[in-house]
Design a protein around this ligand. Sequence first.
Ligand code: ADP
Ligand code: MG
Length: 592
Amino acid sequence: MIERAKEILKKYYGYDSFKSGQDDVIGSLLENRDTLAVMPTGAGKSVCYQIPAAVFDGITIVISPLISLMKDQVDVLDNLGLPATFINSSLKASEVRNRLAQAAKGNYKLIYVAPERLETEDFVELLKGIDVSFLAVDEAHCVSQWGHDFRPSYRKIGPFAENLSKDLLIGAFTATATEGIKKDIVKFLNLKRPNVFVTGFDRANLSFAVLRGENKSRFVRDYLIENKNKSGIIYAATRKEVDNLSESLGKEGIKYGKYHAGMKEKERTSAQEAFLRDDIGVMAATNAFGMGIDKSNVRFVVHYNMPKNMEAYYQEAGRAGRDGEPADCILLFSAHDIMLQKYLIEQTVFSPQRRVNEYKKLQQMVDYCHTSRCLRRYILEYFGEGKVKDHCDNCSNCSDEYDSLDITIEAQKILSCVYRTRERFGSTVVAEVLKGSQNKKMRQLGFDRLSTYGLMKDYTLLEIKDIINLLAAEGYLHLTEGKYPVIKLGSGAAAVLKQEERVWQKKRKKKEPVRNDSLFEKLRVLRKEIADRENIPPYVVFADSTLRELSSTRPTDGGSMLQVKGVGENKLARFGEEVLNVIRQHETDEIL
Ligand code: ADP
Ligand code: MG
């Protein structure tokens, strides 16, 4: 059976081998065992239910949470040559009946269904007469209240399946691995004696970084300039932060989309669509954005604020680099983020016990932002991975792409200024004293006579404030809560003032712009043309990794093009000639 699965992987998807865990999960399903697969984002869960769907005689129903993405998922399958359709509230009743009639004739292998559908009584009725082999539940953690994406309608899946057939095969797929959630999935989906597979959580192609005390908007601007033409997401913690962020992107003339729950459905969908289609490169969003988005060429995920816990962080960051090509996951930390997250926890209606738990998880997130050990190791140990290497060479604590700057002298000046102004003022006043500001307040308070007055006159006020933020992020300073936070000395301050401890800031080295791979760029243009013509997102045509391989191996005919990862028979037939033409033309141009 698994041999047959491998053939399908090659013929339709153009991949030679399974990714880690895929063969186990597919094997289990092909043996007709209920299966729970916990695999990180980008591990290739879709293939795990699509291949069994292709093998089984009857139809496979896929429950997927987001209506707006179903069309894309179906487009992906159509382009692979696997007939599929979707049913959700965007369709008229007559169209639903029409699609089900087609299904009854065996014209589809998969139907994607929104969970809300299952609440309508007549849906089961309509399915009668259709041979259903398999129910695949994607994003299965939505069934659990412990997760962050609880969907009440996911609770209808269990009874629905029971109603359809007592021994319907069920496969559940998620990236969230906590015990409570796994138990809930088994319980509410009614999985019978399930095989549970949890694959390794490492995503070797992702480079992790935490930067503390950065001027965030300046960092984002520089980063985006450096990474022009790449696709990425910038996550901020609240709608307001997203609005501020997008305002500053706009001022810089950067083309971006915006997504949060406060926007109209229509605006959100069109922003999402533009992002998927590479019409815009950057998406500024809250965590409302991203679930179920299978765009494989996301090259970076920047967190403008620290998220609430490691599960949320890894899921969001994990949306980068699904195609296996290198991608950046950068978290910009400030002490303010902790206050923000605490405030958000206080706003919830959670039980006291649950709140304690949320605080604990928040602390583990804060610890991640401050550890000096390998970040990947921290993540993998957090998720309970057994043997983990000490160094990964691909995070801001291991890699030499990050510099450590000694800012002890600046720190001493600031700490001593906070001390001399008696820990009674906010960062603006402290920065003004150090800058030697001429404003009236300085004279009124007698600060112009302090020994620290004008001690940092060569810095801008903004630069001084940035270092204050860094010292707060490192715990040398402490900001009081409330609207006008006052700066106090933190626990490590004395040691710095007494010259016993040095203060470092981690900085990302400016990268040399990578040499332009002009064939890759030409193929990218072709991909966008095809995508627009076929009305599908570019990553559905070919992944970035496929374009890279095409541009490095330069196949000359169909046979050699089939050897390239991500080129299956259907895609070869549809786009092969155009691709080969671009490669030939490029080679001619090189000679001339
Ligand atoms: P998940 O749902 O687990 O986040 P996806 O199913 O969206 O991941 O797959 C992520 C990417 O990996 C997709 O671009 C997919 O085509 C690719 N992929 C899946 N299986 C393989 C494989 N065996 N070899 C190479 N790439 C694969
Ligand atoms: Mg998925």
